[in-house]
Design a protein around this ligand. Structure first.
Ligand SMILES: [Zn+2]
Length: 218
C-alpha cells in the first residue's frame, strides 16, 4: 500500500473549560464512528487516574475502553503496528497532558490517514495556554469550543476557576478543586471564594454567639 492509496486523514479539536462536556462530545463522536463500522481506539493520559485506568469516563459516568499512556508516540508500538494500520479513528482525551500531541497528530493524519479527534483544555486555571492543545489548531479540520454553566450565576462558563491556593499548573481534581465560571465570575473569583469563606465563618460565629446567648440566659 503506497501513500496514494490511503484515505486522507483529519484532525478535529474539542476544547473548553472543565465540566463543559468535552469527554462526552468526544465519546459521542467515537461511538458514531463505531456505528458507521469504523475501527476506533481511544487514548488518554496515564497522569489522569481520577476515574479508571483503562477507560475514559465522563463526569456523568459514561465509559469507553481506552489506552492510558504517558505519551502518544508510544501508541503505535503498544497497540501493534498491524492493528494500528487497520485503525480508522483515534480519540485522544485530556490532550493537554501530551507533550508530543503536535507530532502525533501530524503523523497520524498526514502520513497514516487517520481521523484524529482530540479533546482537552485550551487554558489552565490562570487562562494561560495549557500543554500543546493550542499548537494543533493550525493542523485542525475543525475546532469546537464548548462551554459549561457558571457555578455562581448559571450563565455560559468559558473558564476554569481553582478553588484552592495550590499554584502548580497540573493539579488533577474534580469539582472539589475546580469550578466552571463566566468571565465576570472568573475575574471576581478570588473575591467571591473569599467572601464565601467569610460567610461560612460568620455563620459558624453566629451559631457560637447564639449558643453563648443561650448560656447567658440560662
Ligand atoms: Zn457567572
Amino acid at each position: 500500500m503506497g501513500l496514494y492509496h490511503r484515505a486522507s486523514g483529519e484532525v478535529h479539536v474539542i476544547v473548553g473549560p472543565m465540566f463543559a462536556g468535552k469527554t462526552t462530545a468526544l465519546l459521542r463522536r467515537i461511538k458514531s464512528e463505531v456505528n458507521n463500522g469504523r475501527s476506533v481506539a481511544m487514548i488518554k493520559s496515564s497522569k489522569d487516574t481520577r476515574y479508571a485506568v483503562d477507560s475514559v469516563v465522563t463526569h456523568d459516568g459514561t465509559k469507553f475502553p481506552c489506552w492510558a499512556l504517558p505519551n502518544l508516540l508510544s501508541f503505535k508500538q503498544k497497540f501493534g503496528a498491524e492493528a494500528y494500520d487497520k485503525l480508522d479513528v483515534i480519540g485522544i482525551d485530556e490532550a493537554q497532558f501530551f507533550d508530543d500531541l503536535y507530532d502525533f497528530c501530524c503523523k497520524a493524519a498526514d502520513c497514516d490517514g487517520k481521523i484524529v479527534i482530540v479533546a482537552g483544555l485550551d487554558g489552565d486555571y490562570l487562562r494561560r495556554t495549557f500543554g500543546s492543545v493550542l499548537d494543533i489548531i493550525p493542523l485542525a479540520d475543525s475546532i469546537t469550543k464548548l462551554t459549561a454553566r457558571c457555578e455562581f450565576c448559571g450563565k455560559r462558563a468559558f473558564f476554569t476557576l481553582r478553588k484552592t491556593n495550590e499554584t502548580k499548573t497540573e493539579l488533577i481534581g474534580g469539582s472539589d478543586v475546580y469550578m466552571p465560571v463566566c468571565r465576570q465570575h472568573y475575574v471576581n473569583g478570588q473575591v467571591v471564594i473569599e467572601s464565601a469563606w467569610d460567610t461560612l465563618e460568620s455563620c459558624s460565629k453566629a451559631q457560637t454567639d447564639s449558643y453563648q446567648e443561650e448560656v447567658a440566659v440560662a
